[in-house]
Design a binder for this molecule. Structure first.
Ligand SMILES: O=c1ccn([C@@H]2O[C@H](COP(=O)(O)OP(=O)(O)O)[C@@H](O)[C@H]2O)c(=O)[nH]1
Ligand SMILES: [Ca+2]
Length: 394
């Protein structure tokens, strides 16, 4: 719009301005098909002028459980769960914008753990749901994402340089390196370049498949990538002594239990968990003392153990997770009203932070669910990118 067309803008509040309300509002629908659930993000962007970047105006968010991978043998049922969420977008997006609103689903780690054939069958059914909807279905609208896109960066305060995300099947670390040294000693595929304000930046971002919280449970039990699971009993010192139970993950049934006769508690548990993480992750020196945002299961387990408030989030030190892990693991019988995996989860988080990434005991973690009232997720960056690549925004 030329300035001549826009002169009247100043007489209207932004949400009533006819230009703002129509021509400059865009929607984008992004599905996050994670290993434990499927989520829809319906974003609204407003572009105030062609030379400015579009601004995020709002988000509608909804989620369902379980994730698509639980429908490995019933792909139509999986697609149905997506359709129910997509119906929300039909309500939310004004009909005249349906055709201009792209819908995309990106599956994360959970689907990468299924067989190619089962994963593709699921994606095909979802693609059909999209085709039957009134929305814009770009090429490649349904896919399994390369792990590095799940990284996300936040710059709320100057000393917080990166983010940590702990999913069910995979875990991500992302930060903007400050030292040349870090770039030199980092494997090439951990770095991605991006352009902003005519400069090129290098971002450190990596997704470790198999290091999500639920995959780590299986690894600790010795059940990850084991051929015959049928009838086998997996035991751990991280579980209540008398426990014997079943667990379904990625379409497989596992039997697991506590060390009936042997040891239990934080010490033996930490040694077990250590085998899963020690020496397996790249440890960039410069992050040891930096503070990080931490999302997903870091947040959930901190809430479960009253380390932070569910609504408020909070700031923790790495050693707070360790203290809580000791408290829970050394009093397992007292905590058994919650998940039987609480001790293992907290111990894994502690080991992952200290021995995996190499953080110090006093490294600060900012636990957050929302930044500026928007659910923090890789989906926002991905939607932004999508709208730009389709030429819907400038
Ligand atoms: O929008 C989201 C997406 C994920 N999660 C959390 O992320 C964890 C599960 O990760 P996910 O199912 O995405 O597993 P992945 O596929 O990333 O391994 C759980 O703690 C969820 O509560 C969340 O809080 N909000
Ligand atoms: Ca995730």
């Amino acid at each position: 719009h030329s300035n001549r067309e826009m002169w009247f803008k100043h007489f209207f509040p932004p949400n009533v301005c006819p230009i703002d309300a129509k021509a400059n509002t865009f929607y984008g629908i992004m599905f996050d098909a994670g290993s434990t659930g499927t989520r829809i993000h319906i974003y609204t962007f407003v572009q105030k002028s062609p030379e400015n970047l579009p601004e995020l105006e709002g988000e509608i968010f909804e989620s369902v459980k379980p994730g698509l991978s639980a429908y490995a043998d019933q792909p139509e049922k999986g697609a149905e769960s997506v359709k129910r969420l997509l119906d929300m977008a039909i309500e939310a997006v004004p009909p005249h914008l349906w055709k201009k609103t792209p819908v995309v689903l990106k599956a994360t780690a959970g689907l990468r753990l299924l067989s190619e054939e089962k994963a593709q069958a699921l994606l095909l059914e979802v693609r059909e749901v999209f085709e039957e909807s009134p929305f814009l279905v770009p090429e490649d609208s349904v896919s399994i994402m390369d792990g590095s896109y799940e990284g996300q960066l936040s710059g709320q305060n100057q000393h917080t340089v990166g983010t940590l995300d702990l999913g069910g099947a995979s875990t991500q670390i992302t930060f903007l390196p400050r030292f040349e040294e870090t770039l030199k000693e980092t494997p090439g595929d951990f770095l991605t370049s991006f352009e902003m304000f005519n400069s090129t930046y290098k971002l450190y971002t990596h997704s470790y498949l198999g290091f999500g919280l639920k995959a780590a449970r299986l690894a600790t039990l010795g059940a990850l990538n084991v051929e015959a699971v049928d009838g086998q009993m997996f035991r751990s010192s991280c579980l209540p002594k008398q426990l014997e139970a079943e667990w379904h993950f990625g379409g497989v049934k596992y039997q697991y239990g506590g060390n009936k006769e042997g040891e239990t508690g934080f010490k033996p548990c930490y040694l077990e968990v250590l085998k899963v993480v020690k020496g397996k992750l790249h440890q960039p020196d410069e992050i040891r003392g930096s503070s990080f945002y931490a999302f997903s299961y870091y947040y959930d387990r901190a809430v479960d153990t009253n380390l932070i408030d569910y609504e408020q989030g909070g700031v923790l030190e790495v050693k707070d997770f360790e203290r809580k892990a000791k408290e829970v693991c050394d009093n397992m019988e007292r905590y058994n009203s919650a998940s039987p995996f609480l001790c293992m989860d907290l111990t894994y988080i502690t080991a992952l932070l200290k021995e995996g990434f190499g953080f110090r005991d006093n490294t600060l973690l900012q636990l957050t669910k929302k930044v500026n009232n928007i659910e923090t997720s890789w989906t926002l960056g991905a939607t932004f990118h999508l709208l730009q690549s389709l030429g819907i925004t400038h």
